[in-house]
Design a protein. Structure first.
Length: 201
């Protein structure tokens, strides 16, 4: 489900509570945004297990091109392709929400040459996704790549430490200080670096 939830003269709230389907999701949301004139603030609420990567990239790029303040609320999960869309704005998560990132996958039928060609395409698609995550988190590309290889599920606190999230909407009264948050990020990046070192040939 993707529809307008609230609209004022200069702001709009959209729900993306569904999968991300080719030829449908991006165009449906973009059309709704185009119908809303003079919008200066967009709130996109996400609860999605993902879907088509190019559909997600199209919506991400469109949102980034707008002259509007983009706020993304991850109400439940932003998994797979949905995590790409989430990177288009300021990300706010409740403590019980999650992000999941993983490698792209696809299907092919054919001979060995077609299989190898498909693998090359998947590698290029992965690089496109890494570019989005790198722009949001400023993490090294090889670190992000290792996390995608492992299909990483990220809590709100971890997302905040790593840069996928900008704010937790319901902070713990005994929340960690900035030093502890930085330690969480360093621990994740060190773990990802270890995966890079020990998963080679």
């Amino acid at each position: 489900m993707y529809r307008i939830q609230n609209k004022t003269e200069n702001s709009i709230e959209l729900l993306l509570y569904s999968g991300i389907y080719p030829g449908d999701t991006a165009m449906s949301i973009i059309n709704q945004l185009k119908e809303a004139k003079n919008i200066k603030a967009i709130k996109l609420r996400i609860n999605s297990d993902g879907g088509d990567v190019f559909e997600a990239l199209a919506l991400y790029n469109y949102l980034k091109s707008l002259n509007a303040e983009i706020t993304v609320m991850i109400d439940g999960i932003a998994a797979s392709a949905a995590s790409i869309i989430a990177c288009a704005g300021k990300v706010i998560m409740p403590r019980n929400a999650m992000i999941m990132i993983h490698n792209p996958f696809g299907f092919v039928q054919g001979d060995s040459e077609e299989m190898r060609a498909m693998a090359s395409v998947m590698d290029k698609v992965k690089e496109s996704i890494i570019t989005v995550y790198e722009g949001k988190t400023k993490a090294p590309r090889d670190t992000i790549s290792a996390m995608m290889d492992e299909e990483t599920w990220i809590t709100a606190e971890e997302a905040l430490a790593m840069g996928f999230c900008d704010e937790i909407s319901d902070p713990d009264p005994e929340d960690e200080d900035d030093d502890d948050t930085e330690q969480i990020a360093q621990a994740y990046f060190m773990a990802a670096a270890a995966l890079i070192r020990y998963s080679g040939p």
